[in-house]
Ligand binder design. Structure first.
Ligand code: PEP
Ligand code: MG
Length: 580
């Protein structure tokens, strides 16, 4: 039977395809309903996988002792072996297979999530962190299970024809979502999530339609149901009838046509009708995104979110690995500026290798040890990245951008560490850029209100509207329940953005907006009217924004926007927006 569900539209476009139900952190795991007579062999399959992991751990333990590894390494292996034998993990998953007639992978993940939830309740930070060990053990078992797939089962991908795969999940972390870059996913829907969570941001960067905050999609949708995801209107249609399907197929091809027409603007100068040049740059998460940056003709990279290099791995990227990644990007951009933002880990962005390092677990991660705060607390990790960035800057125009600054002393400490990184590189005789420009993100209201130290000590500013809105309005950007309060047009938000742009322009300091507002064509005229001349956005949004730029009159917009900024009521502001 057909039905529709509504959520927060986070990435525009239409996807039509088959549902692929996944569980958090384990994208490959689908839910399958088994026949009664297959349950015994499914339990055997799980036991065989557990045995494989047991042998793996024994081998690891032997290797560790031969290489004279630290006692902690053996202790972790022992802990993992112990978890493997714990009745609350494997035995409970065995019961689930029989009770719910589900596949072993699914049962393991259900049990893992139940245990992780219990660990999260622990007062003691050390015990709480052990949830990562549970996840690692389960991932080992899953790997063993996926190495020996069930004989019965799913249709092979070839049988799906050219239909797309649509991921349906309760929640997806940014780390999960970034993996869609290598998998071929048509779109996704999740039950949780807000409009500017990093999961949503990654969806936009992939250019795949997505709807989050659906509340009940995950329990209501069955694996391989036919789905339509309307990422523009925030709608999911399950098992549509032939008429609706046809209508959406038509709309999808119209959208594709509109997009291909926009391509004509690629080579056009991004200037307003009154001749003001606007720089349109791109946001990227991984070096491979550079291809898209070039495809849409960006003037440079305004934001490289380097934390994505740290995700989905058990170790940290070393100095040379990071240097190679940054150098690859700057070389590919052939002289155009590349703004590399230092590690913004924390809040909704997690990296396994960093999570276990600290005894400190913030009760409210968005207000905790995130971004520059984390880097200043872990200077050795920060110095590795700083050295990699200033070395790569030898090969082109790299600008170094620091996230989440609020205090003058954070600026001072960061600049001192950059100097320390340079001193270290001098002593090792590495080539690097002595004069690399250092800029700051303006994404905490305190920074926007007290800009003095930023103007004095830094070379450029970049306004992160995603966080600036979150912290000004006190709503968690990842929380779908308060997504309706996430309002880029709130007068307080607009004033903070406008003041920052105007103060920077007065001080002759380059300023850009790299938050999601920069890529929303409905806001292009407003930002130009505030005096903004540099925008940074997902490459796929660039041409739509350029279309707005070439139809704008900067002088006229400045006057209209200055009137709009005097209003305190959102309703009036929206009225003025219509008249821009
Ligand atoms: C922002 O906050 O607007 C920003 C660009 O940074 P991020 O979205 O990565 O937090
Ligand atoms: Mg931010």
């Amino acid at each position: 039977m057909a039905f529709a569900l509504h959520g927060n539209a986070v990435s525009a476009g239409i996807a039509i395809g088959r549902a692929h139900l996944v569980s958090h952190a384990t994208l490959e795991v689908a839910h399958q309903q088994l026949r009664e007579k297959d349950l015994g062999s499914e339990v055997d399959r799980l036991d065989a996988a557990v045995q494989t992991v047991r042998v793996e751990l024994d081998v690891l333990r032997d290797e560790a002792s031969q290489q004279g590894s630290l006692a902690e390494v053996s202790a972790f292996i022992d802990l993992h072996a112990m978890m493997l034998g714990d009745p609350t993990l494997v035995a409970a998953a065995r019961d689930l297979i029989v009770e719910r007639r589900c596949n072993a992978e699914w049962a393991m993940v259900q049990q893992m999530e139940a245990l992780v939830a219990q660990f999260n309740e622990f007062e003691d930070a050390y015990l709480r962190e052990r949830k990562h060990d549970v996840v690692q053990v389960v991932e080992r078992i899953l790997k063993a299970l996926l190495g020996k797939p069930r004989k019965l089962g799913r249709r092979k991908p070839a049988e799906l024809g050219d239909e797309e795969l649509i991921v349906v999940a309760h929640d997806l972390s940014p780390a999960d979502t970034i993996q869609f870059k290598t998998l071929k996913i048509g779109g996704f829907v999740t039950d949780l999530g807000g409009a500017t969570s990093h999961t949503a941001i990654v969806a936009r960067s992939l250019g795949i339609p997505a709807v989050v905050g659906m509340q009940h999609a995950r329990p209501l949708v069955q694996d391989e149901d036919l789905l339509i995801v309307d990422g523009t209107r925030g709608v999911l249609i399950v098992n549509p009838d032939a008429r609706i399907l046809e209508e959406y197929r038509l709309r999808k091809s119209e959208l594709e046509l509109e997009r291909s027409k926009l391509k004509r603007l690629k080579g056009a100068r991004a200037a307003t009708l009154d001749g003001v040049d606007i720089s349109l740059q791109a946001n990227i998460e991984l070096p491979q995104d550079v291809d898209k940056v070039k495809e849409f003709g960006a003037d440079g990279i305004g934001l490289f979110r380097t934390e994505f290099l740290f995700m989905n791995r058990d170790d940290l990227p070393g100095e040379d690995e990071q240097y190679d990644a940054y150098r690859k990007v700057v070389k590919a951009m052939a002289g155009k500026p590349v703004t590399i933002r230092t590690l913004d880990i924390g809040a909704d962005k997690e990296a396994r290798a960093l999570a276990g390092r600290s005894e400190r677990t913030s009760p409210n991660p968005a207000l905790g040890l995130r971004a520059i705060r984390y880097c200043l607390a872990e200077p050795q990790i920060f110095l590795i990245q700083l050295r990699a960035i200033v070395r790569a800057a030898h090969y082109g125009k790299i600008r170094l951008l620091i996230p989440m600054l609020a205090h003058a002393h954070e600026i001072e400490q960061t600049l001192a560490l950059i100097e320390q990184a340079k001193t270290q590189l001098r002593s090792t005789r590495h080539k690097f850029d002595e004069n690399i420009e250092v800029g700051g993100m303006i994404e905490i209201p305190a920074a926007a209100i007290a800009l003095g130290p930023f103007l004095k000590r830094l070379s450029f500013l970049s306004i992160g509207t995603n966080d600036l809105i979150q912290y000004t309005l006190a709503i968690d950007r990842t929380d779908g329940d308060v997504a309706y309060l996430y309002d880029p047009l709130h007068p307080a938000v607009l004033r903070l953005i406008a003041q920052t742009i105007q103060a920077a322009n007065r001080a002759d300091m380059p300023v850009s907006v790299c938050g999601e507002m920069a890529g929303d064509p409905k806001l292009t005229r407003l930002l130009i009217g505030m005096g903004l001349r540099q925008f940074s956005m997902h490459p796929a949004q660039l041409l739509e924004v350029k279309q707005q730029v070439v139809m704008a009159d900067a002088e006229q917009l400045a006057q209209r926007v200055s009137r709009l900024l005097k209003f305190d009521e959102s309703e009036r502001i929206r009225e003025q927006m219509e008249k821009l």
